[in-house]
Write a protein that binds this ligand. Structure first.
Ligand code: NDP
Length: 293
């Protein structure tokens, strides 16, 4: 078994991003700029946003965080997005999900100017992705692709089973792995909670992408000898042992699956770090005017 080491790959890519950001500052006279909106005080969201902001600073980006209480109205939020859309010195805008129930996440996603949608959730970017046109690829699938590329994992002709069909991870991942490019050219099976014979299907996979949100859901019996296993899951549990007060678990039973896998991502230290790298790469691409001029 070998590790798909998100820490190593993300650090390497962040060095490249840092050099490019310095180049942009020299030419444009300003840093690439990511704006994030955070509503409420969900522990997971607070951690993810703080990490995104910290990583921006690390690579020489400017970052701005707008915080709102849970009581913010949908109209207020949409107005703020409108204002940021118009700001010429903002390259990327993300709204951390989940949002409170009274705010429609679809309206929020569609309100973001697709040219600043560095999370890659806007229907324009998803549509362009489907057609293999330049676009912002959703940050988590993008991060996974970069990791597969770094370790030169063979994907052509392989059977890739994606477990979970969310708009932000599973569905785009299934599209990307089936595209006629590298990484890609897989035969993809996209599975979900209504899938029959899930264990059997996962067992037939050369590449497994687990994006379910259930601790240790993928066990050793479900994984074929030599499979590549990508664990997207981030399941937080309260812990008295860690400094942060919680511990992260993946969707894969790492301890028992790792001996059977040819390559596997750890949690933490895998896909999570690559997601942030995906976001930074998209923000950089926006600052460079690489996708939409
Ligand atoms: P969602 O809750 O949006 O989707 C979960 C998916 O899993 C759904 O499609 C659901 O099926 C499927 N599912 C649930 N139970 C089963 C089951 N018993 N058998 C088969 N499929 C099942 O989750 P996300 O995609 O947003 O996130 C998944 C995990 O990844 C979470 O732990 C999340 O925290 C983590 N995550 C990690 C990121 C990172 O950077 N590492 C980024 C984003 C998410 P159905 O559609 O039928 O309900």
């Amino acid at each position: 078994m070998q590790l798909l080491d998100g820490k190593f790959v993300s650090e390497k890519l962040k060095q490249e991003i840092t050099a490019e950001a310095a180049g942009i500052l020299a030419v444009k006279g300003r840093k690439p700029h990511l704006v994030a909106i955070l509503v409420g005080h969900d522990g997971g969201s607070e951690t993810y946003v703080a990490s995104k902001m910290k990583n921006c600073e690390k690579v020489g980006f400017k970052s701005t965080l707008y915080r709102y209480e849970e009581t913010v109205t949908e109209a207020e939020l949409l107005n703020k997005i409108d204002e940021i859309n118009k700001d010429e010195e903002t390259d990327g805008l993300i709204v951390q999900l989940p949002l409170p129930k009274h705010i429609d996440p679809e309206k929020v996603t569609e309100k973001i100017d697709y040219r600043k949608d560095v999370d890659g959730f806007h229907p324009v970017n998803l549509g362009r992705m489907m057609r293999n046109l330049p676009c912002y690829i959703p940050a988590t699938p993008y991060g996974i692709l970069m990791m597969l590329e770094e370790y030169k994992i063979e994907t052509s002709g392989k059977h890739c089973v994606v477990v979970g069909r969310s708009n932000i991870v599973g569905s785009p991942m299934s599209v990307l792995m089936s595209r006629n490019t590298y990484p890609g050219n897989c035969t993809v099976t996209l599975t979900h909670s209504k899938t029959r014979n899930l264990e059997e299907i996962v067992r037939s996979a050369d590449i497994v992408v687990a994006a379910i949100g259930k601790k240790n859901f993928i066990n050793a019996d479900m994984v074929k000898e030599g499979a590549v296993v990508i664990d997207v899951g981030m399941n937080r549990e309260i812990s008295s042992v860690t400094k942060s007060g919680y511990k992260l678990y993946g969707d894969v039973d790492f301890e028992n699956v790792a001996p059977k896998a040819s390559w596997i991502t750890p949690v933490p230290g895998g896909v999570g770090l690559m997601t942030i790298t995906g976001l930074l790469k998209n923000t950089l691409a926006s600052a460079k005017g690489e996708i939409y001029r």
